[in-house]
Design a protein around this ligand. Structure first.
Ligand code: SF4
Length: 459
């Protein structure tokens, strides 16, 4: 999973991109990059780690220009090689462009083989670089149903051709000297939103929380299959696919990935996530003293469960927000302790109590096992684990770094076996219908559910 951000026409474009990426930090913590154009040249700053660590104030001062794009990365394709830090930059017919990608291409390997045989030299192991080579080599005229603006005749048809060749998930921001371009794949796997501020600058971002931080208002989603061009002549939309694919918006964005203060796929994450908890309470009525969220991601489902069931919500686990991802865990004993670095039970709340613990998903089962063990050691009488999504039985190929199928606990064990393994008094998952109904309540349709159903929209 990654986050992308773009700015058109703001004198502090680099700084606003820095802020936008900061708001999108939950979508990727491995590396960060910003590309800025002053109308003539594109300059980049790339670094490893969190936004505040990788980009310094001096870097922002050096990145002069009023157009910018940025990227926070969590490696899904190509691994964590520093050469894979985005945005990527390339020269193009006397000009240049930079590109940043959220998603994952399922035919990147075949395309790469083909391009390499045809003489292309790749500098990274990332699937995103395939776009650069496809854009550079495109020769076909634009589709006959499209009438291009004069500013778009040179470059935009190359994007259309690249879109027709790739398969998979992509929400892209592309920077040219005087253009910001936003592109979303025809399935609409990953979110991408458009915003505008009071002085008329335009913004594109993975989630609306990144618009909030730069004081921009949400205008609309970048639509599935849309190429949105923003330049001094205004905004223009092109739809190169005459027939759009069936929509496949990632339901996991609502379950876990997106920030609860964001609007994505045209609806608020907060409302849908809470509704999932309400549906969980309708499906499983359990007698208990408290509902306890696994913070932060289980909070809204727990709130929904508590409101629907009438069982009070208590914070029985406290999250430490200062845990670095790079903490070294040399031995198994220390690794077992590491969950306590992140979450610690509140004995005052849990002692002698029957608890319904709510988490958003259960992937490997190791963390849940440690949490339940900690709560029992802290004196909880009963611990019932309820998950606000169905069992994860398959891997994601569309940009989420899920473990291999073999590592997924629900692929290896029955629910009863998982319950025994994690040591819960009972274990329940929200049904697929319950999860989709939560989104449908807000008129949402057309989701990818492949990691829960093995029903892949693109093979
Ligand atoms: Fe989202 Fe799962 Fe589909 Fe991946 S497989 S896009 S995580 S719903």
């Amino acid at each position: 999973m990654c986050g992308v951000f773009g700015v058109f026409d703001h004198k502090s474009a680099a700084y606003l991109t820095y802020l936008g990426l900061h708001a999108l930090q939950h979508r990727g913590q491995e590396s960060v990059g910003i590309a800025v154009s002053d109308g003539y040249d594109i300059n980049l700053k790339l670094g490893n780690g969190l936004v505040t660590k990788a980009i310094k104030e001096e870097d922002i001062k050096e990145l002069k220009g009023d157009l910018a794009i940025g990227h926070v990365r969590y490696s899904t394709s190509g691994g964590s090689n520093p050469k894979n830090i985005q945005p990527f930059f390339a020269h193009f017919y006397g000009g240049a462009f930079a590109i940043a990608h959220n998603g994952n291409l399922v035919n990147a390997h075949e395309l790469r083989m083909f391009l390499e045989k045809d003489g292309a030299i790749f500098r990274s192991t990332s699937d995103t670089e395939v776009f650069i080579h496809l854009i550079a080599r495109a020769k076909e005229p634009p589709p006959s149903h499209i009438i291009l603006h004069k500013n778009d005749k040179e470059f935009i048809p190359h994007i259309f051709e690249a879109m027709k060749k790739v398969k998979g998930a992509y929400s892209l921001v592309i920077l040219r000297e005087r253009q910001l371009i936003a592109v979303r794949d025809p399935y609409g796997f990953r979110p991408l939103v458009l915003g505008k501020n009071r002085t008329g600058s335009y913004f594109v971002a993975s989630e609306t929380c990144a618009l909030d931080i730069v004081d921009a208002e949400y205008l609309r989603d970048v639509n599935p299959g849309e190429v949105l061009v923003i330049d001094d002549a205004g905004l223009r939309s092109y739809y190169p696919f005459e027939n759009l694919e069936k929509l496949a918006k990632c339901i996991f964005e609502y379950v876990y990935f997106a920030r609860p203060d964001s609007k994505i796929f045209k609806d608020w994450v907060y409302g849908i996530r809470k509704e999932m908890g309400k549906n969980l309470a309708k499906e499983y009525k359990i007698e208990a003293d408290y509902v306890v969220p696994v913070l932060d991601s289980g909070l809204l489902a727990a709130k929904g469960y508590s409101e629907e069931s009438g069982i009070p919500l208590e914070i029985g686990l406290i999250r430490n927000h200062y845990v670095g991802r790079s903490f070294i865990q040399p031995t198994q004993d220390i690794r077992d302790l590491s969950v306590k670095l992140k979450l610690n039970p509140v004995r005052y709340v849990v002692e002698n109590k029957r608890l319904i613990v709510i988490d958003d998903s259960l992937v490997r089962g190791t963390t849940s096992r440690k949490i339940i063990n900690m709560l029992k050691e802290a004196g909880a009488k009963e611990v019932h684990l309820l998950i606000s999504s169905p069992p994860v039985i398959d891997s994601c190929y569309y940009g989420i770094d899920t473990p291999t199928k073999e590592e997924l606990i629900a692929n290896k064990m029955s629910i009863e076996e998982i319950r025994k393994y994690i040591g819960a008094d009972s274990l329940h998952y929200l049904s697929l219908e319950g999860m989709l109904k939560a989104a449908n309540k807000f008129r949402q349709k057309g989701f990818c559910t492949a990691c829960f159903t093995s029903d892949y929209p693109i093979l």
